[in-house]
Design a protein around this ligand. Structure first.
Ligand code: MD3
Ligand code: FE
Length: 203
């Protein structure tokens, strides 16, 4: 079994936190969200993941109340906040009653998608980020707060894993160098990988 691990202060990996039924229900919920898109970057690049954001619309580098395409921003569901509080409490071993995420960023990775090393600095709050992984496993790269380069640690994230990034780890560089296609449980009915991050906008 893979043990709970604190990679750095505030960065806690809880393997297999979601039950299979919870994973299946989350996959179904994510399937129902309309508006997945490849985000266009200011430098002209396009992200290989497809994303949809609930509660607020994420764009590089900020959050808005509108998508810019006339499509509504989907509401942040109360049940997702509850799940995030439970995950945070289990990861940190203390109550998370005051944790009120208002953003869920859902990323879909096909077999070729990846995410370069970056910091998440678009939120005005430095409250923890809670991440749920579903479907194919991936190599997750967790770096340092100083530079985009080494030192970093590679961790495999699998379906059902929770990862919390708070405290000094909230501004650490991180990314997904690759997914591991074909590793998802076929019973999940998901080809590819989904990641949900819960965040506090501070807006
Ligand atoms: C560490 N997503 O959407 S989740 C992102 O798997 C993002 O889709 C990756 O990085 C994914 O911005 C990684 C894990 C994660 C999320 C937020 C973090 C790690 C983090 C914020 C600070 C430090
Ligand atoms: Fe990120």
């Amino acid at each position: 079994p893979r043990p709970r691990a604190e990679l750095a202060p505030g960065a806690v990996h809880v393997p297999d936190w979601l039950s299979f039924a919870e994973q299946r229900d989350l996959v179904a919920a994510c399937r129902g969200f309309a508006g997945y898109r490849h985000t266009r970057l200011p430098n002209g690049g396009v992200m290989s993941v497809k994303s949809v954001c609930l509660g607020w619309h994420w764009y590089p580098y900020g959050y808005s109340r509108t998508t810019g395409e006339g499509t509504p921003v989907l509401p942040f569901p109360g049940w997702l906040g509850d799940l995030g509080r439970r995950a945070l409490a289990d990861a940190y071993g203390e109550p998370a009653d005051g944790y009120e995420p208002d953003i869920a960023l859902v990323n879909f990775y096909d077999a070729a998608a990846k995410m370069g090393l970056h910091q998440d600095k678009d939120e005005r709050s430095l409250a923890p980020v809670v991440s749920f992984s579903l479907g194919d496993a991936c190599v997750f790269r967790f770096g340092n707060t100083e530079t985009r380069g080494r030192p970093y640690t590679d961790v495999e994230l699998r379906s059902g894993d929770v990862f919390v990034f708070g405290g000094p780890s909230r501004l650490a560089y991180h990314g997904v160098p690759k997914t591991l296609p074909g590793t998802a449980d076929p019973a999940l009915g998901l080809t590819g990988r989904l990641n949900i991050t819960l965040r506090v906008s501070g807006l």
